[in-house]
Write a protein that binds this ligand. Structure first.
Ligand SMILES: C[S@@+](CC[C@H](N)C(=O)[O-])C[C@H]1O[C@@H](n2cnc3c(N)ncnc32)[C@H](O)[C@@H]1O
Length: 255
């Protein structure tokens, strides 16, 4: 099926429409646009294990939920960057409302154009890199932005080894995603000069999260066609992941 719940790097501005953001946020939870919402974010931020007062870059920060959690609950200083004006505009408004401006700085921009020198103790990203085809440039930029000994933690859509089903191939092409197997991702990180801490195929966890989100969709106060579209989109994600082509990875690495 086709839907509007995705975006390629080139079209993040147009495809993360106000309407789709509203739907995403209803499913993932306030200020979140990634699987597992705040609960998963807290687990991952704990795993990144940075000292209070450390500086973090949240790549593709979306509505800011992860950045706000890092600042508020972990006493971290966060720079968030996102390509989508819709996302950044909303995130900035919330940042003001929450009184977090002294700890969270949000910028509109493409992480492929990141020019930060060694600035960050940690880099964090949730389900963003699937949009980015030039992984070499991405991880080179990220590496340059990290302080010596700095850490990276990210989750991302991954894939099973090819050959993929025709349905999965069509899905990936229609979204403009660039997906890797967990093993390929590990190699990309190593080639960029990172040492791998862990590279986990967390697809079973992903499916459990999707099933819980699907149940939640049935309870949302949208009109029936909106609910049907969302439920169809989530069921398709569950099917693709259960069939093994669509996988989900959690990666941790350091310099
Ligand atoms: C699935 S959302 C995740 C948002 C956020 N990380 C979260 O967990 O709620 C993916 C985000 O990546 C952003 N994005 C896509 N390509 C990007 C790029 N090249 N640079 C910065 N952000 C990008 C999109 O605009 C979108 O907000």
């Amino acid at each position: 099926m086709t839907d509007h719940y995705s975006s390629s790097t080139d079209s993040a501005n147009t495809q993360y429409s106000a309407e789709s953001i509203k739907h995403y946020e209803a499913v993932f939870g306030q200020d979140f646009v990634s699987p597992g919402g705040q609960e998963m974010a807290i687990e991952l931020i704990k795993a990144l294990d940075l000292q209070p007062g450390s500086r973090v870059l949240d790549v593709g920060c979306g509505l800011g939920g992860c950045a706000f959690t890092m600042a508020r609950d972990f006493n971290l200083y966060v720079d968030g960057i996102d390509l989508s004006e819709n996302m950044i505009e909303r995130a900035r408004k919330k940042c003001n409302e929450y009184g977090l401006r002294s700890k969270v700085n949000l910028s509109l921009g493409n992480c492929l154009d990141l020019e930060a020198g060694p600035t960050y103790h940690g880099i964090f990203s949730r389900d963003v890199f699937l949009h980015i085809h030039d992984k070499k440039r991405l991880f080179n930029n990220i590496k340059k932005a990290l302080l010596a000994g700095g850490k990276i933690l990210f989750t991302d859509y991954c894939c099973g080894a090819k050959p993929w089903s025709n349905e999965f191939t069509a899905y990936v092409n229609s979204r403009g995603y660039q997906l890797n197997t967990v093993a390929q991702y590990t190699q990309i990180l190593e080639d960029a000069g990172f040492q791998i801490t862990s590279a986990e195929d967390a697809t079973d966890r992903f499916i459990d999260i999707l099933k819980a989100e699907l149940k939640k969709i049935a309870t949302l106060e949208f009109n029936p066609p909106e609910i049907a579209l969302l439920a169809d989109s989530w069921q398709s994600k569950i099917d693709r992941a259960s069939q093994g082509d669509h996988r989900w990875g959690i990666f941790q690495a350091h310099l």
